[in-house]
Structure formats: C-alpha cells, structure tokens
Design a protein around this ligand. Structure first.
Ligand code: AHG
Ligand code: MN
Ligand code: MN
Ligand code: MN
Length: 336
C-alpha cells in the first residue's frame, strides 16, 4: 500500500479526537507540538556529524551525566515548542533539575496537562551514529487549573498517564504513542515532512527469543537476574535466546515490541536502584508496553503502580513479552 494511501498522523489525531468524548482538543494540540519538535530534532540528529552538535556540552546534569550537545539541543527544542504554544501548564525533563511552570499569559488560562520528557534517550550512541530516541509522558494536573503547578502534578503514579510515546531516530524516524486505546506507530516520510500510520495497533508477541541487558554489569546483579540470564543462554527447548543490546532504551524496546523480547535494567550493587528514571523513561514505556499486551515490572511491583517520591528517582526495570517477563518473575521470586 503506497504511503499516499496511509493515514497521516494529523488525520489520525483528528479522528482520534472525535472519539475522545471530553477532549477540548488540547491533547491533540499537544501531540501535534511533539510531532513538530520531533521533526526539528530529527533534522539535527540526521546531520549530527556535519554540524557542531556531537560531543559534550561541557555541563553535568542532575543525573551526574556529561550532557551531550544533542541532549541540550533536544531539551531546548521540546521545551520551546511546548512553551510557545501554551498548551501545557508544566514540564519536567531529564535535563532540568526541577520542573518548569508555564504560567498563564491570561488569567483564565485553562491548560490542564503536564509533560515529562527524556528529550534525548541513548545519548551515548550519538557520536557513533547509532539510533537514539525521545520519550514523553502526559498527565492531567491534580492541582487547581489556573494556579502554578506544584511537584504534586508530576509525582503521579504511571497508571494516571493520559498519553505516552516515544520518537525513535533510527533507519527511519518514527513516533509511537498511546492515549490508552492501543499503540500506533507513524513513520516520517522525510521528503514530505509527514508522518504516516505505518504500524497500526502494535502488540508485543506473547513470547520472544531476544533478551536485552548490559551483561557487563552481570557480576553486580542479584541472583534472580543472574539465573534468568543463564536460563536464556542454556541449550534447551527454544533456547539459547539471542542477546541484543543497543544501549538506547527506545531502540531496544521498539525492536522487542516488533520481534518479541525482554529488556532489563536491574538494580545492582553498582547502581543501587538501577539507572532508568521512573517518571520519563519507565512509566511511559510501561504504559505503551501494557497497551501492547506486554508487561513492565520493577521487580515485585507493576511499574505503573509505583507511587513516585522524587522527580528523578530511578527504579529497576523489566519490560517486554508477557511470557518472558513472567519467566523472569519466577526467578526473582525463587532467588530473593
Ligand atoms: P539517557 O541517554 O536518556 O540518559 O538514557 C540512557 C539509558 C537507556 O537509554 C539505555 O538503555 C541505558 O541508559 C544504557 O545504560 P548503560 O550504558 O549503563 O547500559
Ligand atoms: Mn542522560
Ligand atoms: Mn533515557
Ligand atoms: Mn536522556
């Protein structure tokens, strides 16, 4: 089916909005703003080696990471786009120490959504031309409309998300997102600057043969994870599985959702609670996973049920095909 007969993201949003009984169109405008920012970042990612956008920005973020120039560029573009259009009342980002309150330009400003973003996921891949992504998570505010947002608006459990999605800047650029009614993927036609519905109703295969984990940390993992990794490597039944780890959560997740697989970022004696951030990495990816018949746990707990306590808190993260995560759960239960 040629791209021209595929629905565009814009058409999909309008159609989707009709089914949104109470939508004031704000969520549609919000997804449209993210689409625009994604195209701007994509343009920069695609020519990273030709312009002064690779390498470190010379700053350290609140995560203790050396900010890459593209981290800073992507962060600025997403914040600028969301702020200029006055669609949201607050933004939190991996690259910002605290949340940003978008104060109303007129007293009856009724914006009700807050956005949490990982503007550039997989920063370690930028300089070596390997795929990276952007992750976003959207909530309704819980404090009164028209007042400045508070931290309470951002520390909501993932089961309260209104929408979540990611952009993957890979061999092609895609936006994959959910508003709670399934997961749909849109591919950018760079010649036209238009995203087309290329992957309707995406689902995790119930089982898979790919496991994704940084095995360099193996010695630091707890017993249950070690035994599961050995289980994946044994010559039995449908195993050994394939080990695939790109080092960008978005890319590893996207491949596993299409082919079947499990992604793991366990806690370890090295990283305490693991590396991934609950609010703008684990929660949005967990929402997408569950909407695609997958599972996302932090160990004993469902990721989406964790009550956040800090903006940049980290949690262990295991996510993917239902049967693979359930098998891991058996090992986690058996080897405390
Ligand atoms: P970010 O680039 O936004 O800081 O996230 C990087 C994350 C995730 O994308 C990836 O899976 C993981 O870090 C890789 O971590 P290790 O290099 O420790 O394996
Ligand atoms: Mn980072
Ligand atoms: Mn990230
Ligand atoms: Mn990041």
């Amino acid at each position: 089916m040629s791209a021209f007969r595929k629905q565009t993201l814009g058409e999909f949003i309008i159609e989707n909005q009709k089914s949104f009984q109470y939508s004031s169109g704000e969520l549609s405008k919000l997804i449209n703003a993210i689409r625009l920012a994604a195209k701007v970042v994509n343009h920069e990612v695609n020519k990273a080696g030709l312009v002064d956008i690779i390498g470190t920005a010379g700053e350290t973020n609140i995560q203790g990471e050396n900010q890459q120039k593209l981290d800073v560029f992507a962060n600025e573009k997403f914040i600028q786009t969301l702020t200029n259009r006055e669609i949201v009342c607050g933004i939190a980002s991996e690259e910002e120490d605290s949340f940003i309150s978008i104060n109303s330009s007129d007293e009856n400003h009724q914006n009700k959504y807050v956005v949490l973003i990982d503007p550039l996921d997989g920063s370690s891949n930028i300089d070596v031309n390997v795929s990276v992504g952007t992750i976003f998570s959207i909530y309704r505010r819980v404090t009164p409309v028209g007042t400045p947002v508070t931290i309470e608006d951002f520390l909501q459990p993932g089961n309260q998300q209104v929408a979540a999605g990611y952009v993957v800047y890979g061999t092609s650029t895609m936006i994959v997102y959910t508003t709670g009614d399934g997961v749909n993927g849109f591919t950018l036609n760079p010649a036209l600057g238009t995203f087309y519905l290329s992957h309707p109703n995406m689902k995790f295969p119930e089982n898979g043969k790919i496991y994704s984990v940084n095995e360099g940390n193996y010695v630091h993992f707890h017993q249950g994870v070690k035994h599961f990794i050995k289980y994946c490597q044994m010559e039995e039944e449908d195993r050994p599985y394939t080990s695939r780890y790109i080092g960008s959560l978005v890319s590893d997740f996207h491949r596993n959702m299409i082919k079947g697989g499990i992604y793991m970022y366990p806690k370890s004696s090295l990283t305490g609670n693991g590396k991934l951030r609950l609010l703008y990495e684990c929660n949005p990816m967990a929402f997408i996973a569950e909407q695609a018949n997958g599972i996302a746990i932090g160990g004993k707990t469902r990721i989406l049920d964790i009550q956040p306590t800090e903006l940049h808190q980290r949690v262990p993260f295991f996510c993917g095909s239902r049967k693979m995560v359930e098998k891991l759960q058996e090992f986690l239960d058996k080897y405390q």
